[in-house]
Design a binder for this molecule. Structure first.
Ligand SMILES: NC(=O)c1ccc[n+]([C@@H]2O[C@H](COP(=O)([O-])OP(=O)(O)OC[C@H]3O[C@@H](n4cnc5c(N)ncnc54)[C@H](O)[C@@H]3O)[C@@H](O)[C@H]2O)c1
Length: 280
C-alpha cells in the first residue's frame, strides 16, 4: 500500500495523525484519508468518539487506531507522536492539526479570561504543539503534508469572537511561516479556512448570548458538509496550495479585506452596532 504513495500527493496512502478526530471535520479527515489508502491514528480529547471513528474506518476495510490526546498539552502531543511511531506501519507523512473549539458572544473586555485561555490553549497552542512536534519528523522523512485547520475567522475579524479570531489568525500566520520555511523541502503545508460547516462545534464549545441564537439559525441553514470541506482541503494539499477556502463567502471576505479594508471594517462595525440579533 505504501509503495504506491506519490511524494507529491501527500493525501494518498498516508501514515496520518488527525487531532480532534472524534467529530465533525476531524472525523471526516480520518475517514477520507483511509479511503485514499492511508492508515490513521485518530486522536481526540474524547477517547470514546475517537474509537467510534476508528470503528467507522475499520467498517470501510481500513486500518486506524485511537489515542486520547489533549492538544493544549505539549507532553500529550509528544506522547501522540510516540504512539504514531509505535502503531502506524510507516513514519508519519500527514498531520492534520484540526482539534478546536468555538467561543463567542462577548466583546473584548467582557469575554471571560478563562474562555480566552481555554480557546488559545486548544486552537492556537494545539496547532503550535502539532507543528512543533511533527515538523522535524516530516523533515527527516523528506516528504509529506500538514493541514492546519484555521477558519475564515483567521481574517474576517467578526465582532464578539475575539478569542476565536485571534487563535485562527495565529494558526494562519503559523501556516504561512511554515510554507516559507519548508519551501523546496517536499513537505506541503495548507491552511483550511472554511466559513460555517455542519458539525458539533456549538455543542462542544462556549458560544453564548445573542451569538448563540444567531449561530443556531445559521447552522440550521448551513449546507456545507465536513466531507466536502475535507475533500477540497486534501486536493489543495496535493496541489501544494497554501490556502483553501471551500466556500464562496470565505473567498469574498478574503478579497474584501484586501481590496476595501475600510469599507469592510465599517460593515462589520455596523453589524455589531445594530446588534447581531437583527440578523436573525
Ligand atoms: N464547524 C465550523 O463551522 C468550522 C468553521 C471553521 C473552522 N472550524 C474548525 O474546524 C475544526 C474542527 O471543528 P468541528 O467544526 O469539526 O467541531 P467539532 O466540535 O465537531 O469537533 C472538534 C473535535 O475536537 C475535539 N477537541 C476539543 N478540544 C480538544 C483538545 N483540547 N484536544 C483534542 N481534541 C479536542 C472535540 O472533542 C471534537 O471531537 C476546529 O479547529 C474549528 O475551529 C470549524
Amino acid at each position: 500500500m505504501f509503495g504506491s504513495r506519490l511524494p507529491n500527493k501527500p493525501s494518498r496512502g498516508a501514515a496520518a495523525v488527525v487531532t480532534g478526530a472524534g467529530s465533525g471535520i476531524g472525523r471526516a479527515f480520518a475517514l477520507e484519508i483511509a479511503r485514499r489508502g492511508g492508515t490513521v491514528l485518530c486522536s481526540d480529547i474524547n477517547l470514546t468518539t475517537a474509537e467510534e471513528t476508528v470503528a467507522l474506518i475499520e467498517a470501510l476495510g481500513g486500518q486506524a487506531w485511537a489515542f486520547k490526546c489533549d492538544v493544549s498539552k505539549l507532553n500529550q502531543v509528544e506522547a501522540l507522536a510516540d504512539e504514531a511511531e509505535r502503531v502506524l506501519p510507516a513514519p508519519v507523512s500527514l498531520v492534520i492539526n484540526n482539534a478546536g473549539v468555538g467561543v463567542g458572544g462577548k466583546p473584548v473586555g467582557e469575554a471571560a479570561m478563562a474562555d480566552w485561555k481555554w480557546t488559545l490553549g486548544i486552537n492556537l497552542w494545539g496547532v503550535i504543539h502539532g507543528c512543533h512536534v511533527f515538523t522535524p519528523k516530516l523533515k527527516a522523512l523528506g516528504h509529506g503534508g500538514i493541514i492546519n485547520v484555521a477558519s475564515t475567522a483567521s481574517f474576517s475579524a467578526a465582532p464578539l469572537m475575539g478569542a476565536y479570531n485571534v487563535t485562527k489568525a495565529g494558526a494562519l500566520a503559523l501556516t504561512e511561516t511554515m510554507a516559507a520555511e519548508l519551501a523546496g523541502s517536499g513537505i506541503s503545508v495548507t491552511a483550511l479556512c472554511p466559513t460555517l460547516v455542519k458539525t458539533n462545534i456549538k455543542a462542544n464549545g462556549r458560544i453564548i448570548g445573542e451569538s448563540s441564537k444567531l449561530f443556531d439559525r445559521l447552522m440550521d441553514r448551513c449546507g456545507m458538509s465536513p466531507e466536502r470541506v475535507v475533500n477540497d482541503a486534501l486536493k489543495a494539499l496535493d496541489r501544494g496550495d497554501l490556502y483553501v477556502m471551500p466556500q464562496f463567502d470565505a473567498r469574498m471576505i478574503w478579497r474584501a479585506k484586501r481590496l476595501i479594508p475600510r469599507t469592510y471594517a465599517l460593515g462589520t462595525g455596523l453589524i455589531n452596532r445594530f446588534g447581531v440579533s437583527r440578523l436573525h
